[in-house]
Design a protein around this ligand. Structure first.
Ligand code: GTP
Ligand code: SPV
Ligand code: MN
Length: 617
């Protein structure tokens, strides 16, 4: 596959087939010709003054931090209060993922499907190369060798990202495993790696493109400097490219957190959960059990907060690894009460992006951190800000922290386990003011796939565009599925067949129900463990449930409310299925499903019909 398109790429680069001589520095890093040649091609294209390979050493990273401070790309924070922490501000027009400018460039348009933007690959390579050509002049080209997944894991995958941004290098060094070790383990003859070119160019919105070539294992991102658009190991590779690889290789790349719940006997059961961007994955992954559970000895361990790669293990169960090595989390709303573990995690070695700066003590602040915004501050736009103007925010709603996973007080001891962890339950969930109950269980695997496929959620600031509009976001993968979503649904059904009896049970949750006054009806955060507890009890067949047209719901008395300030009536409300509302929902699903035409698996069509029938009875 790669060879076919490489001819085209070489033609586009206007290069003959002979090789660019490799420098000693390069060949000390790797002797892998496929890598050295590609880096040579990229170098000819972008024409940097010099090339620096990231070896993963602390000395090299420290020198880069110093250079970034010197260049004005990073601001060094108070090293006593926040050791190893820095602040970065992106351009004002570059603060979130840009879905409208994100493309799947498969050879056939049909293979990208109705939910992705598509571009023709040959023309797109040409357009992108024209944009990137010569754009590193006067700059350094950094080559980042990285591993998605623990380096020695048989499930890990390798990529090279070429970038002109030190911010990208430093973020990738937190979010992934980088450097010499990755290449040493990868070997000199392997060609199964993902090519990633990032060129900052002029951060011109009009020329911003985030393009994926799943058939070539290639990603090209130009004219952005923001997280999900440029940390190419994350959404671009670990979801868009990897989901395509997973379909072809019988595994799954999902937008899911992974957590372990330890019971008082010391047994740990693992759960994955898919929620759309800024809908609570980091928070759930790091939750602190309510006091009653804590006293009994319950603990929650974080394996991952955003992405899960899963496959059938030797024992027939579904096993998951977190391909990442850090957290790129939403800052606003993170506080001592909502997520103390995240707050502890970001006290050292962290890069903050687009939060407010307190000039009095060189610390950072964001909305929802505490009630003391800086009096003498700078907002995320770089303007003086004193925290008194409520309509002018100090931090951007999608401001983020990039923090090493090892900082997290509740990081799982299996975090770096090459085999991953076995999954008992899969949870889907979205942000819905109405209709969707607090929790329900699917009837079986295929019904669970249906439940995932009909997920809908109010949009958030994690992507540019309108916020708060309900949209269908199947499995929280709408912006991240690298191929036709109808085929993706079929792949989920296939995985159920592969796993058979040992497949995890599938659930749906909604922490975001609101009353008439717009107040959240469920306390959420740590108290979500009460729901996870019911879910795990269901997996063990320890508790009965109420059959409803949409699936199995808890009996109100089976949700433990000890120590919780919630009216029984409120709980009843969020544990009720309103058939009228759901008939409306079914109509919306039907309309959404029409997009997929013949590619919609018959199993899902049947599930929808069965739901409608149950609702009308
Ligand atoms: P991405 O990193 O964009 O994928 O987001 P995420 O899914 O990890 O979301 P995160 O945990 O960062 O939460 C985003 C927002 O949801 C924050 O503002 C949280 O305060 C809020 N949130 C998270 N969990 C809950 C909850 O249980 N209840 C309520 N009401 N809000 C929550
Ligand atoms: C998301 O939007 O789901 C994120 C942040 O996790 S980003 O890396 O920008 O995609
Ligand atoms: Mn995410």
């Amino acid at each position: 596959m790669i060879n076919g398109s490489r001819c085209i790429i070489l033609k586009l680069l206007n290069r003959k087939f002979w090789l660019v001589p490799h420098s000693q520095e390069e060949t000390e890093m790797t002797k892998n010709e496929t890598m050295l040649n590609w880096v040579g091609e990229m170098r000819e294209l972008v024409q940097p003054d010099q090339v620096v390979w990231i070896d993963g050493s602390q000395e090299q990273l420290e020198a880069l931090r110093a250079k970034a401070c010197n260049d004005g790309d990073l601001i060094k924070l108070n090293q006593e209060k926040l050791p190893g922490c820095y602040l970065h501000r992106t351009a004002l027009n570059d603060v979130a993922r840009v879905e409208a400018r994100t493309f799947i460039c498969s050879k056939k348009e049909e293979d990208a499907g109705p939910t992705n933007h598509w571009k023709e690959p040959v023309e797109t390579y040409k357009m992108l190369y024209d944009i990137a050509r010569g754009s590193y002049k006067g700059k350094t080209m950094y080559v980042i060798p990285y591993s998605m997944g623990p380096i020695t894991s048989p499930y890990a995958k390798v990529g090279l990202e070429v970038t002109d941004s030190i911010y990208v290098v430093l973020n990738m060094a937190i979010m992934t495993r980088v450097g010499k070790e990755v290449l040493a383990h990868f070997g000199d003859t392997n060609n199964d790696w993902v090519r990633g070119l990032h060129a900052s160019c002029d951060i011109d919105e009009e020329k911003r493109y985030i393009c994926h070539f799943p058939e070539d294992n290639t990603i090209i991102s130009v004219n952005s400097g923001y997280g999900g658009n440029v940390l190419l190991g994350k959404k671009c590779f670990a979801l868009r490219i990897a989901s395509f690889q997973g379909k072809n290789e019988q595994w799954m790349a999902e937008h899911m957190l992974i957590l372990g719940v330890e019971n008082p006997k010391g047994e740990v059961k693992y759960i994955t959960a898919a929620f759309p961007s800024a809908c609570g994955k980091t928070n759930l992954a790091m939750l602190i059990p309510p006091e009653g559970y804590r006293k009994k000895g319950y603990k929650v361990w974080t394996v991952g907060d955003d992405i899960s790669w899963m496959r059938k293990g030797p024992d027939g169960r579904l096993w998951a690894i977190n391909p990442e090595n850090g957290f790129f989390g939403v800052a606003p709303g993170t506080n001592q009460k909502s997520n103390p573990n995240a707050l502890a995690t970001v006290q050292k070695g962290t890069i903050y992006t687009n939060v407010a700066l307190n000039l009095d003590n060189d610390t950072v602040w964001w909305e929802g951190l505490d009630k003391n915004p800086p009096k003498n501050g700078v907002d995320w736009k770089g303007k003086p800000w004193d925290g008194t103007t409520a309509e002018e925010k100090g931090a951007h709603p999608n401001s983020r922290f990039t923090a090493p996973a090892e900082n997290c007080p509740c990081i799982s001891k299996e975090f770096s386990s090459p085999a991953g962890v076995p999954i008992s339950a899969i949870i889907f969930g979205g942000r819905r003011q109405k209709t969707t109950p607090l929790v329900y269980q699917s009837r079986d695997w295929n019904h669970g796939v249906f439940v995932g496929s009909i997920m809908a959620s109010e949009t958030t600031a994690a992507a540019t565009g309108q916020v708060g509009v309900v949209r269908r976001d199947p499995m929280a993968m709408l912006p991240f599925c690298g191929y036709h979503m109808g085929d993706y649904f079929a792949h989920w059904i296939e995985m159920g067949e592969i796993l058979g009896e040992k497949a995890p049970k599938i659930f749906n949750v909604n922490w975001f129900r609101q009353d008439e006054n717009g107040k959240f009806m469920w306390p959420g955060f740590g108290d979500n463990l009460r729901v996870l507890y019911w879910i795990l009890e269901r997996c063990e067949d320890n508790v009965d449930a109420k059959e409803t047209p949409i699936g199995y719901l808890p009996y109100v008395e089976d949700i433990n409310t000890e120590g919780l300030d919630i009216e029984k009536e409120t709980l009843e409300k969020i544990l009720t299925v309103n058939n009228e509302e759901w008939l409306g929902e079914a109509a919306g699903i039907e309309e959404f499903y029409q997009k997929f035409g013949d590619k919609l698996p018959a199993e899902l069509k049947n599930q929808l019909n069965a739901l409608k029938q149950r609702l009308s009875n």
